[in-house]
Design a protein around this ligand. Structure first.
Ligand SMILES: NC(=O)c1ccc[n+]([C@@H]2O[C@H](COP(=O)([O-])OP(=O)(O)OC[C@H]3O[C@@H](n4cnc5c(N)ncnc54)[C@H](OP(=O)(O)O)[C@@H]3O)[C@@H](O)[C@H]2O)c1
Length: 333
């Protein structure tokens, strides 16, 4: 692989139909940016699967190399903050949606999108975390800024076996919270307890046809990856002063609830968007991921795949069968 010829997973649109496939690219096709990076690893997030399969309208510019996350080593930089040989992480902003992303052996991005690899993390760890880890940590940081503490009461995590979910369960349990993992996968209860969940609830056990404006308050905090009726049910079952981090829409984009939890129980619904968090906050969240929030079971919940395995693995995400984190070994082929 040279800058003249490197492998990439390119997402294209023809006659309104989205498809993705492997191509050889060269330096002239890279997008503008101050930092050129030899990519070591990328990862798969739900958004990557939606983008590459066309199951969701994610790509804002065609053609686009997929992969919203990447870690690697700087080859060239005109940004004084980075020099050749530096290990770095690049996630969020337009990466993999409107700017060529991490499913390529070489990437070029603006310096403002690059974060130095924190000490105590390897390039592999950084992608085992990826956008999923950054977002789970961001949700926890925001909830704690809003007053959440382990002594306040249980915290529920939905979509618990997924990337954001697994990482949130692990980080919250490590931080001393009583974590209740809500999952659709009965077979993964032991996996979730192994990450530190004190209780595992099955999504199928909930009756979402009768969500009351206010039900018995059970949660001091909530990390929601699903949206829709699950989020409405969570809102109605929050304790007084509870805090919800709304992160995902794996079940539904809609939200049909009442104002009762917000005005009668002082519940806060915090929107969490990992995409456009700027410095120094971005670097601060990564530092916490490398220190007090570092998930103790990161290696156990992560597996590595080769680039060629991407298309088949995307289907697991679309089918809701994703578990833990998938790291894509870009440098290894
Ligand atoms: N706001 C942000 O900045 C941000 C950043 C990253 C991710 N996200 C969003 O957060 C969500 C989770 O992302 P991820 O990368 O962790 O995804 P993921 O690894 O695919 O995990 C999603 C999990 O949600 C559950 N699930 C999937 N489809 C479902 C359905 N139709 N109905 C109910 N549950 C379903 C499954 O867990 P169980 O079987 O255990 O329930 C699945 O493992 C996605 O919606 C993603 O777009 C947002």
């Amino acid at each position: 692989m040279t800058m003249d010829s490197f492998k990439a997973l390119l997402i294209e649109q023809h006659d309104g139909k989205v498809s993705s496939g492997f191509v050889q690219m060269d330096e002239r096709q890279l997008d503008p940016g101050e930092v050129t990076i030899r990519v070591a690893y990328s990862s798969i997030n739900y958004k990557d699967a939606l983008a590459a399969t066309g199951a969701g309208k994610i790509i804002r510019r065609f053609p686009c190399v997929g992969g919203i996350d990447l870690s690697g080593t700087v080859i060239e930089s005109t940004d004084s903050r980075f020099k050749p040989g530096d290990p770095v992480i690049a996630t969020s902003f337009d990466i993999g949606v409107a700017h060529h992303g991490g499913y390529a052996e070489i990437a070029r991005v603006p310096g403002d999108w690059v974060v130095p690899l924190p000490e105590n993390l390897t390039l592999f760890d950084a992608m085992a975390l990826g956008t999923a880890g950054f977002t789970a940590a961001l949700g926890i940081v925001r909830m704690e800024e809003n007053g959440l503490r382990p002594g306040n009461g249980p915290v529920i995590v939905t979509g618990a076996t997924g990337g954001v979910g697994s990482l949130a369960v692990d980080m919250l349990a490590k931080s001393g919270y009583h974590v209740v993992a809500l999952t659709g996968k009965e077979s993964e209860a032991d996996y979730l307890r192994g990450l530190g969940a004190a209780e595992v609830m099955l999504r199928q056990s909930l009756d979402l046809t009768k969500i009351r404006p206010l039900d018995r308050g059970r949660w001091a905090g909530a990390v929601d990856n699903l949206g829709g009726d699950i989020l409405a049910w969570i809102a109605s079952t929050m304790e007084q002063g509870g805090t919800i981090a709304s992160i995902g829409l794996a079940a539904s984009m809609s939200l049909n609830t009442t104002v009762a939890p917000f005005i009668l129980r002082g519940v806060s619904l915090l929107g969490v968007d990992s995409g456009y968090i700027r410095e120094p906050y971005r670097r601060g969240v990564w530092q916490r991921l490398a220190s007090d929030l570092r998930p103790p079971h990161l290696a156990a919940m992560s597996r590595s795949i080769k680039m060629d395995e991407l298309p088949a693995t995307f289907n697991e995400y679309i089918a809701g069968r994703a578990k833990g984190r998938v790291v894509v070994d870009i440098a290894g082929g």
